[in-house]
Design a protein around this ligand. Structure first.
Ligand code: GLC
Length: 550
């Protein structure tokens, strides 16, 4: 029997708003993705993951879904989605779509019905509506906080005009949480999965997979702010303190609860009933010892590895995170996943120091992430070496910015439209001169011409050239990247080295001095033009790395 495709897939995350805008309205669209499928296929990845493109008021860039089985007109039509899946398949690319089961948009018909139906109605049971505390019920039902800042409860005005019940939203107030104790909610999630599976989707990225179950007693939590901080990716520096903080999430009142897995067992049965190795990957920021629950043989298939994503520029810490990941998931028999960034985190160039130094480090870290067993997820623009854009405050859109009254800048800097070609904005994101032409939904920095696809396409030494080389090798020599064969040669402090199968190794220099690689051989690909090879001796300048064949 051949191995399921997802066990060692390279997956490219497309954030449709910012990928390519074919109708020139300033926002990316599905036809833009179809148009650039050859670009993605040429990266030699196995699959794409599409962030949400469903009908939505776009208060949280589409993660506030008003109708999960439709396409928002800003992105196109259901026919476009069907064509995108078919064309991707034609080019040998699988397609994962993002499902957002934890909450809906407040614009969803269900929520509007619940508001109109009033307290005690069946419609309200699909969400978490509770009476408030205090003499007039004017205090929230408990002390839970929103991940985006402030209370996780908002009070409604009842149909008779009086202040009434409160509803729960772990994110923005326009994203009410669904109640999975209600059978309609279960069935609706399954119907959404079926809808996209029937259209040909190969699987799902499960948004907020750790949040769907809540303690039915709705107890106060100790230190509510601390619990929320545990999920702030931008504050996670990979330190033992950050890990300790993360442990608070484990089986808590509204996160990572044990009974979640009953939901995913149902999902797994549905996925298994379809042909062709359909799969699901959980977005769940849980401590390593909880990860295996999400990927047991009868639950989901993969879980994102946020500890690796948060790992600082430190050889020993990076190696520790990798070893812990491999140990924990071995227990579950599930393949690990690796990613350096996504649409919620600072871009890896920025996280590792910004500027030329951050870019050199990001390229060296990419060599590590891509050589490990399991699946790699690449966020669009990472292959171009983009850094976060420094945006003027008036152009920010992220609800995090608004809910924290500007105390947190939010995630917009990592979501700016991609530069394709040309010397000035919109850098080929759309073709100027169209009938609907508008301005870009987020403005790109003035210096992005050098990072465009056109500027890097012919340059094998560019970041794009490195990403193409890495994915090509994963594709043509899958045996080098298999699950066994991970060993750790002795190194000097600050030097990372891992041996994989068939004489293939990755070495990265995390120090401030030039080092001679502890492993000799030929350089397959390097993260920097300064890496030297004399006979079989590889010399690595600071912040660089190489894949070596011995
Ligand atoms: C996930 C998404 C993020 C979104 C949040 C609420 O974490 O990745 O972008 O804001 O869920 O849906």
């Amino acid at each position: 029997m051949t191995e399921p495709w997802w066990k060692r897939a390279s997956v490219y995350q497309v954030y449709p708003r910012s990928f390519r805008d074919l109708n020139a309205d300033g926002t990316g669209d599905l036809r833009g993705v179809i148009h650039e499928l050859p670009y993605i296929a040429a990266l030699a990845v196995d699959a794409i993951w599409l962030s949400p493109f469903y009908t939505s008021p776009q208060n949280d860039s589409g993660y506030d879904v008003a109708d999960p089985r439709s396409v928002d007109p800003v992105y196109g039509t259901l026919d476009d989605a069907r064509e995108l899946i078919d064309q991707a398949h034609f080019r040998g690319l699988r397609v994962l779509v993002d499902v957002v089961p934890n909450h809906t948009s407040s614009h969803r018909d269900w929520f509007q019905e619940a508001l109109a139906a009033g307290p005690g109605s069946a419609a309200r049971e699909k969400y978490h509506f509770l009476d408030g505390r205090g003499p007039d019920g004017d205090e929230p039902p408990n002390n839970w906080m929103s991940m985006f800042g402030g209370s996780a409860w908002t009070r409604v005005t009842e149909p008779d005009g009086r202040p009434g019940q409160w509803y729960l939203h772990l994110f923005d107030s326009t994203q009410p949480d669904l109640n999975y104790a209600n059978p309609h909610v279960h069935l609706d999630a399954l119907e959404t999965l079926r809808f996209w599976l029937d259209m040909g989707a190969d699987g799902f990225r499960v948004d907020v997979a750790l949040g769907l179950a809540k303690d039915p007693a709705y107890p106060d939590v100790d230190d509510p702010e601390g619990l929320i901080l545990a999920l702030r990716m931008d504050l996670d520096d990979g330190s033992p303190q950050a890990m300790e903080r993360r442990r608070r999430v484990s089986n808590s009142a509204f996160l990572d609860r044990d009974e979640l897995q009953d939901i995913y067992r149902e999902w797994r049965q549905l996925l298994d009933s379809y042909p062709g190795d359909r799969m699901a990957v959980a977005e769940a920021w849980v401590p390593p010892e909880r990860a295996a629950r999400y990927v047991a043989p009868d639950t989901l298939h993969q879980i994102f590895n946020f500890d690796f994503m948060a790992a600082p520029w430190d050889a020993e810490r990076v190696r520790d995170v990798i070893q812990t990941t491999l140990e924990q998931l071995e227990i579950a028999g599930a393949p690990p996943t690796w990613a350096l960034s996504n649409h919620d985190t600072p871009r890896v160039v920025t996280r590792l120091g910004g500027g030329d130094c951050g870019r050199r480090r990001a390229r060296a870290m990419a060599l590590i992430a891509h050589c490990l067993p399991g699946s790699i997820y690449v966020y669009q623009g990472e292959e171009l070496g983009l850094a976060d854009a420094d945006l003027p405050d008036e152009s920010r859109r992220d609800p995090v910015w608004f809910r924290t009254l500007g105390a947190q800048k939010g995630r917009d800097g990592a979501r700016v439209p991609l530069p394709w070609h040309d010397h000035e904005p919109p850098y080929g994101f759309f073709d100027p001169g169209g009938e609907h032409e508008a301005s870009l939904w987020l403005p790109p920095p003035p210096d992005w011409a050098a990072f465009s696809v056109a500027a890097q396409s012919l340059d094998a030494a560019s970041t794009l050239g490195q990403y193409r080389a890495m994915h090509r090798l994963r594709h043509t020599h899958p045996g080098l990247f298999d699950l066994d064969n991970v060993s750790w040669p002795e190194t000097e402090p600050g030097v990372f080295a891992v041996r994989r199968g068939c004489g293939f190794s990755c070495v990265v220099n995390f120090t401030d001095d030039e080092v001679v690689s502890p492993i000799q051989g030929y350089v397959i690909t390097a993260s920097d033009a300064g890496v030297r090879l004399e006979r079989t001796v590889v010399t690595l300048p600071p912040d660089t790395g190489a894949w070596i064949q011995s």
